[in-house]
Design a protein. Structure first.
Length: 330
């Protein structure tokens, strides 16, 4: 396959994974390569709280057409910070287990969410790059990607992007919005005027409507995440302890940050990047697009215009016209 002409951005794919995820990671890589990267050869950074084994490195590096890098996460980015009361955190996990809240009893899931919220972009290997594209195990890419999304982000001054959005489980974030309001009070200088508050709140910021961009897919600016504004936001949340006293996910954290710290036109929706992470599909609306991009997703499965998606709100807030044919997919 021919290498695409044109400039390359200073950008990388990034995957957080365990050694045992190797075959699910391989499936994801294969699709990213076939649909895009075999013509662009971007690098790929792998991060793990334990050292990657030889099998993981061999399998992944043989599939990737760019350079591969393997990093170990420092202990202080994957452990309980000193200010956390371990007994209180344990009681929460036991309570959430009883209530059968998904991953509610898991310690490692909480470290993962905190890491993805506040540390992945400052790992040593990531400091070399300006943009990232997050890839998880077992995801699917259903259409060809005919242009460079990193370059699109750069040339259009986009800082964050998504393909799927939905409502968060309320039980995992009871006080996340309280901490957010505290941050807004303490740091009014970081709240951007033309922001996306309307995506996050139906009452002008009093309460959170739970809408968030699904963060298992993201193409975004690392320099934005490394900014003082984002850093102050993460620090406020981390001090309040909700990563451990509740089960805050990195998706609502990134989304609230993107909604308040970025101008609304710095957040982009990629209609033409078709994607699946269990249990939701983004299949591009518009038959012509799907044919041109040789898509193999069933348009009936497209989640965008269904009742539990927040993507309509994003379109309304930005005064965007929905793609032709969206009414048939509600
Ligand atoms: N190194 C490492 N990676 C992890 C750990 N837990 C999760 N991950 C990775 O973190 C990302 C998110 O974890 P997932 O288990 O996919 O969480 P999820 O997407 O909310 O839930 P699923 O529906 O199970 O996919 C994936 O890339 C995982 O491989 C862990 O304990 N160690
Ligand atoms: Mg996942």
């Amino acid at each position: 396959m021919e290498t695409a002409p044109g400039p390359r951005m200073n950008a990388t794919f990034v995957t957080l994974a365990r050694n045992s995820d190797v075959w699910e990671v391989a499936r994801s890589i294969r699709q990213v390569e076939d649909r895009f990267n075999k013509r662009y050869h971007y690098d790929w950074v792998f991060l793990n709280d334990k050292p990657f084994d030889d099998e993981f490195k061999k399998v992944t590096s043989s599939l990737i057409s760019g350079k591969t890098h393997y990093g170990i996460i420092p202990e202080e980015h994957w452990s309980f910070p000193d200010h956390i009361d371990l007994d209180k955190a344990k009681a929460v996990r036991e309570d959430m287990a009883k209530k059968k809240i998904i991953y509610g009893d898991s310690i490692s899931y909480r470290h993962m969410c905190r890491f993805e919220s506040g540390f992945f972009y400052r790992q040593e290997l990531m400091l070399n790059y300006d943009y990232y594209w997050r890839v998880e195990p077992s995801v699917e890419y259903f259409c060809d990607i005919h242009y460079d999304p990193f370059r699109f982000m750069h040339e259009n001054n986009k800082k964050y992007s998504f393909v799927l959005s939905l409502y968060e489980y309320a039980e995992t974030i009871p006080t996340l919005w309280d901490s957010t309001k505290k941050f807004m009070r303490e740091h009014p200088e970081h709240i951007v005027e033309d922001n996306s508050m309307k995506f996050l709140s139906d009452d002008g910021g009093e309460t959170y409507n739970k809408c968030h961009f699904w963060s298992n897919f993201e193409v975004g600016s690392l320099n934005w995440l490394r900014s003082k504004a984002y850093g102050d936001f993460f620090e406020t949340l981390d001090q309040d302890g909700g990563f451990f006293y509740e089960r805050w996910g990195d998706a609502p954290v990134h989304s609230i940050a993107a909604g308040l710290l970025l101008k609304k036109d710095e957040v982009h929706f990629f209609n033409d990047i078709a994607y699946y992470h269990v249990p939701f599909t983004h299949c591009p609306t518009g038959e012509e697009t799907r044919q041109e991009l040789r898509c193999h997703c069933n348009p009936k499965n497209n989640f965008d215009w269904k009742g539990y998606s927040c993507t309509s709100r994003y379109f309304d807030l930005n005064n965007l016209d929905k793609p032709d044919g969206w009414e048939k997919q509600t």
